[in-house]
Design a protein around this ligand. Structure first.
Ligand SMILES: Cc1cc2nc3c(=O)[nH]c(=O)nc-3n(C[C@H](O)[C@H](O)[C@H](O)COP(=O)(O)OP(=O)(O)OC[C@H]3O[C@@H](n4cnc5c(N)ncnc54)[C@H](O)[C@@H]3O)c2cc1C
Length: 472
């Protein structure tokens, strides 16, 4: 069968899942270039032909934004990439990003019928293929509604804010994004490293928004430079998507030593400020041994960054077991290939310094798993008398983040939950009727696609709110 013919069901079943070409591990630990190289056309077409086009489309139910997956796969299988791009773009403003960072194995691909007896269709890789094809081929620009006369402010330029801004601009509203940092993209820019999500992709997404007329004001810290009250006076509505970027610390002695970072600071120094380049004005500590506390995506990004910065031993120290690690399967696989060491069932109790105040070792304690906690995962319990020292020069705490009170603390009447996250109703509306919110500031640490889903849904609600108000 050639890739130009429509395969029969039997032929579709006989096709094996494509392999993603990658930079070899021994090469990539010496650079920050993207690890996954992307599928070539022939391979993508064949992979899309594996889709059985099931009637009940379980993959769509597995996607938080309900992407019409079988439809765009069918277009790829028929080599109509422009049509595939159109379908994808209608529901997903940042497909080149989600095609790279979505946890597909827990979402669309987990429910793919082909996965019941073998490997699911590589939906994420095909999404990326179409998005990259779009970047190389001019596609028709999305049509924009006539100016509505309404002005909307968006706080934060992460995936939630960018998506909302794009949707609002398409609906004819005048949109201004206020971003605290000097560059747009949120976690996509300062958190996720270049080797997983190249910065040129975020640059492209931001340029598309600017072409739609969205104004981006960087270096504006809402809550300091400008308050929500002032925004409400100047704009007709506001969408808050300022993320949950306040790091949690281990709260152990020695966390103020030189060489000890939160993952946010460590990754921001490297990704946003370019500290991986020796000539960068922003320094970052490099050591022969780096230990990272945590087991999520942020921990994996930090430890793989440390490896690329030259650590011979780059170690994940996680207080639960391999099964409980929340990081994406692909990141764990890549980390293993890159020589990352994994220490399970250990937790830090103290960080020890030398006479100059630099980190020299971490004291760790062994743990065992007890009864399940509120998250349903078995709670780690310390094992008495099991402490030991691990010599290291750099330590990174990647144990989660929470809402930053900087914005919310200066917005009285904005209702928060007990964790400091903004409360919203089913319309994404906060306790202030003209203020909407979404993404991590509402959900706590979540995912890119969920933040985008909130941005899209909130934009629809803001549009209704503005037009309802105008016609009242
Ligand atoms: C290292 C790391 C790796 C991750 N990997 C993945 C992954 O592989 N897959 C996945 O799906 N998810 C991943 N996540 C989670 C995902 O990135 C987030 O869920 C997502 O970015 C949330 O989007 P957001 O728009 O709500 O906020 P953010 O992306 O956090 O963006 C918020 C923006 O608001 C700005 N801001 C904050 N406060 C203010 C203020 N007061 N005034 C103005 N601007 C402000 C910030 O500077 C930032 O630019 C990862 C997270 C981290 C930290």
């Amino acid at each position: 069968m050639s890739t130009t013919e429509t395969p029969t069901a039997k032929e579709r079943m006989a096709i094996e899942r494509a392999a993603m070409p990658e930079q070899p591990a021994e090469e990539r630990v010496r650079n920050f270039n993207e690890v996954n190289l992307g599928l070539v056309e022939e391979v993508a077409v064949r992979e899309a032909q594996r889709c059985l086009q099931c009637k009940n489309r379980p993959c769509v139910q597995g996607c938080p934004v309900g992407l019409r997956i079988p439809e765009f796969l069918e277009k790829i299988a028929a080599r109509d990439f422009a049509a595939a791009a159109e379908i994808l773009q209608a529901d997903n403003a940042l497909p080149a990003t989600t095609g790279r960072v979505c946890p597909q194995e827990e979402q669309c691909e987990r429910l793919c019928v082909r996965g019941k007896r073998g490997e699911p269709v590589a939906i994420g890789w095909l999404e990326r293929f179409v998005a990259d094809w779009m970047a190389e081929h001019a596609t028709a620009p999305a049509s924009k509604a006539d100016p509505s006369g309404f002005r909307v402010a968006v706080v934060g330029s992460g995936p939630g804010g960018l998506t909302a801004a794009g949707e609002l601009a398409l609906r004819g509203h005048e949109v201004t994004i206020f971003e605290a940092l000097h560059d747009a993209g949120g976690v996509l820019r300062y958190g996720i490293p270049e080797f997983r999500l190249p910065k040129r992709i975020i640059d492209r997404e931001v340029a598309n928004l600017e072409a739609l007329g969205v104004a981006l004001e960087t270096n504006v810290v809402v809550g300091r430079t400008l308050t929500i009250g002032q925004i409400r006076e100047q704009f007709d509505a506001c969408f808050i998507a300022n993320g949950a970027g306040l790091p949690r610390f281990c709260n152990i002695p020695g966390e103020n030593l030189k060489g000890v970072y939160s993952a946010n600071e460590y990754l921001t120094r490297v990704n946003l400020m370019g500290a991986y380049r020796y000539e960068s004005r922003t320094p970052v500590a490099r050591g022969t041994t780096t230990v990272v506390f945590g087991g999520g995506n942020t921990a994996m990004d930090s430890v793989r960054t440390a490896r690329r910065l030259g650590s011979e031993r780059a170690i994940i120290a996680y207080r639960r077991g391999r099964e409980e690690m929340p990081a994406r399967a692909e990141e764990v696989k890549h980390a293993q290939e890159e020589g990352i060491e994994f220490m399970f069932l250990v937790s830090p109790t103290e960080l020890l310094g030398d006479e100059d105040g630099w980190l020299r070792a971490a004291r760790l304690q062994r743990m065992e798993l007890g009864e399940p906690d509120a998250s349903g995962r078995r709670r780690p319990v310390p094992v008495d008398g099991s402490e030991f020292e691990l010599p290291c020069q750099v330590a990174v705490a990647a144990i989660g983040t929470k809402a930053n009170p900087l914005l919310t603390g200066t917005a009285p009447n904005l209702q928060l939950n007990k964790w400091g996250n903004i409360e919203t109703n089913e319309r994404h509306q906060t306790s202030l009727p003209d203020v909407f919110a979404g993404g991590d500031i509402v959900r706590g640490g979540a995912t890119v696609i969920l933040a985008m889903g909130d941005g899209k849904a909130a934009a629809r609600e803001i549009d209704d709110f503005l037009r309802e108000g105008a016609s009242a």
